[in-house]
Write a protein that binds this ligand. Structure first.
Ligand SMILES: NC(=O)c1ccc[n+]([C@@H]2O[C@H](COP(=O)([O-])OP(=O)(O)OC[C@H]3O[C@@H](n4cnc5c(N)ncnc54)[C@H](OP(=O)(O)O)[C@@H]3O)[C@@H](O)[C@H]2O)c1
Length: 305
C-alpha cells in the first residue's frame, strides 16, 4: 500500500510528542502532524529555537495546536522531569516520535556518562519510552516510533565498547546508536505482544537529507558534496514521510520498518522495508534491553491491562 498524507482524514484529538522538533526532520514531522490537526508537543532542548520554529509553523498553519516542552536528551534527569510534566498535564498520548539525534561529534560524555551519540540518540529515548509507557498503554491505538538510519546496516552492538570505553569511532558510535534504536523497537514490540498491550512499536529511517545533522562533517567535504546532493538526498519534507507513514498510516503493524524505497534507500517514496538480518537478532536485543535498564536505572516492565 502507498501512503498519501494529503488524502488522510483529520486526526483531531490525537496528541504526539516529537523529540528534536525544532529543526530538520523533526520540524517537518511536526508540520505534517499539525496539518492533520494532531496536537504536537515539541520536545526540545533549546526553548528559543523551539519558539521560533513554532512561530514559523503557525505562519503557514494558523490552526496548529503546538506546545513546547523542554527536553534535553543529554541528561536522564531532564528525561525524567519531561515525562513527569507531561503526565501531570496530559491524560493520553497517541504518538511518541523519537526523532532527535546527533551525528559524528567529537568524543564527549552525557551528564550520566554515556558516550554522547549513544546517550542522546538511544539511552535517553529508551528511558523516555519506558516512563511514558503507562500513558501510551492507556491510549487506544498508541504508537511509538524510533529513528534508525541506513547506518545500522554495517554496525554491530559492541557490549565491550557500548559507550566507547575502549576506543571512539565517531561513525561507529553513530551506527551503533542507530542500530540500538532499531533493535529497541523490535524488542519492545515482542514485549508488548507478550504483555497483551495494544501499543505498537515501529522503526523508521529517513534516507539521506541535508540537515543540521551533517554540521560535524569537515567543511571541505560539505562544500565538495553540494553539487552531488540532488542525486542521493531528498529534502527534509520528503525525508519526514517514512515517520509520518509510521505515525499515521492505516496499514501499520508492530515491528514494521519504514524508509524511502528509491535509490539505495536514500530517497524516494516511503514504504515498508526489511532491515538487515542482524537487527532481528533476539539475543542481542534482549541483552541490550537488560543493559539499558541497568544503565538508565529503571526496570522497563509493560503492565498487562
Ligand atoms: N538527515 C539525515 O540524512 C538522516 C539520516 C538518517 C537518520 N537521521 C536521523 O534523523 C533524526 C533527525 O535528524 P535531522 O537530520 O533532522 O538532524 P537535525 O536537523 O540536526 O535535527 C536534530 C534534532 O535533534 C535535536 N537534538 C540534538 N541533541 C539533542 C538533545 N541533547 N536533546 C534534545 N534534542 C536534541 C536538535 O536540537 P538542536 O536544534 O537544539 O540541536 C534537533 O532538533 C536523527 O535521529 C538522525 O540520526 C537523519
Amino acid at each position: 500500500m502507498s501512503f498519501d498524507i494529503d488524502h488522510l482524514d483529520s486526526q483531531k484529538g490525537k496528541i504526539a510528542i516529537v523529540t528534536g522538533a525544532n529543526s530538520g526532520l523533526g520540524l517537518e514531522i511536526t508540520i505534517g502532524l499539525a496539518k492533520k490537526e494532531v496536537k504536537v508537543i515539541m520536545a526540545c532542548r533549546n526553548i528559543k529555537k523551539a519558539e521560533s520554529a513554532k512561530l514559523e509553523i503557525i505562519k503557514t498553519i494558523p490552526s496548529a495546536d503546538i506546545e513546547i516542552m523542554e527536553l534535553d536528551l543529554n541528561s536522564l534527569t531532564s528525561v525524567r522531569s519531561f515525562a513527569k510534566s507531561f503526565g501531570d498535564k496530559h491524560k493520553h498520548l497517541n504518538l511518541l516520535i523519537e526523532n532527535a539525534g546527533i551525528m559524528i561529534p567529537p568524543f564527549s560524555k552525557t551528564e550520566d556518562g554515556f558516550e554522547s551519540q549513544m546517550g542522546v540518540n538511544y539511552f535517553s529515548h529508551f528511558l523516555l519510552a519506558n516512563l511514558l509507557m503507562p500513558i501510551l498503554n492507556k491510549t487506544e491505538g498508541a504508537r511509538i516510533a524510533t529513528t534508525s538510519s541506513i547506518a545500522h546496516e554495517n554496525s554491530r552492538i559492541d557490549f565491550d565498547n557500548l559507550n566507547s570505553e575502549n576506543s571512539y569511532s565517531k561513525i561507529g558510535a553513530y551506527g551503533q546508536s542507530k542500530l540500538a534504536c532499531l533493535m529497541f523497537a523490535y524488542e519492545l514490540q515482542r514485549r508488548l505482544n507478550k504483555a497483551g498491550s495494544k501499543v505498537i512499536a515501529i522503526s523508521t529511517h529517513p534516507g539521506v537529507s541535508k540537515t543540521n545533522l551533517f554540521s560535524n562533517l569537515p567543511k571541505l567535504i560539505q562544500v565538495l558534496m553540494t553539487p552531488f546532493l540532488p542525486f542521493f538526498t531528498h529534502p527534509p519534507e520528503k525525508a519526514a514521510l517514512p515517520m509520518l507513514y509510521a505515525a499515521l498510516g492505516d496499514d501499520v503493524n508492530g515491528a514494521d520498518y519504514f524508509g524511502p524505497t528509491g535509490f539505495n534507500g536514500m530517497k524516494g517514496k516511503p514504504g515498508k522495508l526489511n532491515s538487515k538480518a542482524h537487527s532481528y537478532d533476539k539475543d542481542v536485543a534482549k541483552r541490550l534491553w537488560e543493559v539499558s535498564e541497568k544503565l538508565t536505572g529503571e526496570k522497563f516492565e509493560i503492565k498487562k491491562l
